[in-house]
Design a protein around this ligand. Structure first.
Ligand code: PNS
Length: 162
């Protein structure tokens, strides 16, 4: 059985992430989506459990997807779930440098391969960092996130505009 591991910060999960997961489900028997800590990102908006719950609510239409949220090394998760490959989306050349470095480090640590799926151009500008910023100041992020994430962002920032 082939298993893809789709890791990310997912703070929050957005339609670009969803596209990558949906496309991975057509290539692998099972897709494990893992919300992890990115130590390079100092603060987070949602905790790991909140992210896992939002992702679960956003992917009820994908029966071969399993969601985990863990605070550990990615290669440990890959080993635990028996991942055939790590799958990551690439939006633009700017993503490539750090993704290549992580793929090479993960392969050196454990031998696991990383496969990249280029996102469609309609999703290439969507970034969790921008969504947090737009939502914080009351902008409409509904076109860019699944409905459960939109609701979570709304309640997080309700009455928070200055
Ligand atoms: O969505 P992101 O922030 O690009 O995802 C990065 C993530 C969470 C996949 C990466 O930071 C990660 O793998 N974190 C877990 C800790 C780890 O294994 N770090 C070494 C990476 S080579």
């Amino acid at each position: 059985m082939s298993v893809a591991l789709v890791p990310g910060s997912f703070d929050p999960f957005h339609n670009g992430h969803l596209e990558v997961v949906e496309r991975a489900t057509r290539l692998f028997d099972e897709v494990v989506v893992a919300a992890l800590r990115n130590p390079q990102k100092s603060s987070s908006l949602f905790d790991l459990d909140e992210r896992r719950d939002m992702m679960a609510a956003s992917m009820t239409h994908l029966p071969t997807v399993r969601i985990v949220s863990v605070s550990t090394l990615l290669v440990e998760v890959a080993k635990d779930v028996g991942a055939t490959a790590i799958v990551k989306g690439l939006r633009a050349v700017s993503d490539f440098e750090s993704e290549l470095q992580m793929a090479q480090m993960n392969r050196s640590l454990s031998g696991v391969e990383t496969l990249f799926i280029p996102t469609s151009s309609s999703h290439s500008f969507i970034a969790s960092r921008l969504l947090r910023e737009v939502a914080r100041y009351g902008g409409d992020v509904s076109p860019f996130v699944p409905p459960p994430v939109y609701e979570a962002l709304r309640s997080k920032f309700e009455g928070a505009q200055e």
